[in-house]
Design a protein around this ligand. Structure first.
Ligand code: GLN
Length: 189
């Protein structure tokens, strides 16, 4: 049976994740209300604007149920803004964070000159490099002991895993390579 995997559908590149999850062998569905979390084996938090997604999740009464579900073992994967939302902290400012991944992230970390770039990235667990698209991406500024670093740009972690929580600063949903979504789908259930 294909695992049911939700995509938080408040803002951001939801459609692309639904397609990538389908390609990776999951049964994707959109999540807009707390009720939509029932029966899921995984949840994806897409890229977009982390402050907006966070505020909408609070307004729709989804924030606390989502945090509780992930803290209770629901597998989660955040891309870019999604990575920020999963984190326990950001280096600057104040915004709603789920706090289920023991990292502090720096938003828009690559600076104005490098707002968007693409790079062939070595990722732990993949045989060949992954073509990674970065768009106003964060990096991990500080990671807790239990956090595995799966990929770096320079010295900066850009993909991490802590148990059932996976996060990448880049957007695998924007390329045709389903390997990272497959890796996440294998973490579900
Ligand atoms: N810069 C955005 C943020 O801070 C993330 C960008 C993205 O998701 N592509 O939320």
């Amino acid at each position: 049976m294909r695992p049911k995997v939700g995509v938080l559908a408040l803002q951001g590149d939801v459609r692309e994740h639904l397609a990538a999850l389908e390609a990776a062998g999951a049964e994707p569905r959109t999540v807009r209300h707390a009720d939509d979390l029932a029966g899921l084996e995984g949840i994806v938090i897409p890229g977009g604007e982390s402050t907006t997604i966070g505020k909408l999740a609070v307004r729709f009464g989804l924030f606390d149920p989502l945090r509780a579900a992930i803290a209770g073992g629901l597998a989660a994967y955040g891309t870019c803004a999604g990575m920020i939302l999963l984190a326990v902290g950001v280096t600057e400012g104040d915004q709603p964070l789920l706090g289920v991944l023991d990292v502090v992230v720096r938003r828009n970390a690559f600076g104005r000159q490098n707002e968007s770039f693409e790079v062939d990235l070595d990722v732990d667990g993949l045989d060949t490099p992954f073509h990674a698209v970065f768009i106003r991406a964060p990096w991990v500024a500080k990671a807790g002991e239990d956090v595995e670093v799966l990929a770096t740009v320079g010295d900066h972690p850009v993909m991490v895993r802590q148990g059932h929580v996976l996060a990448s600063a880049f957007h695998p949903e924007l390329t045709d390579d389903p390997r990272i979504h497959r890796l996440f789908v294998e973490m579900t259930g």
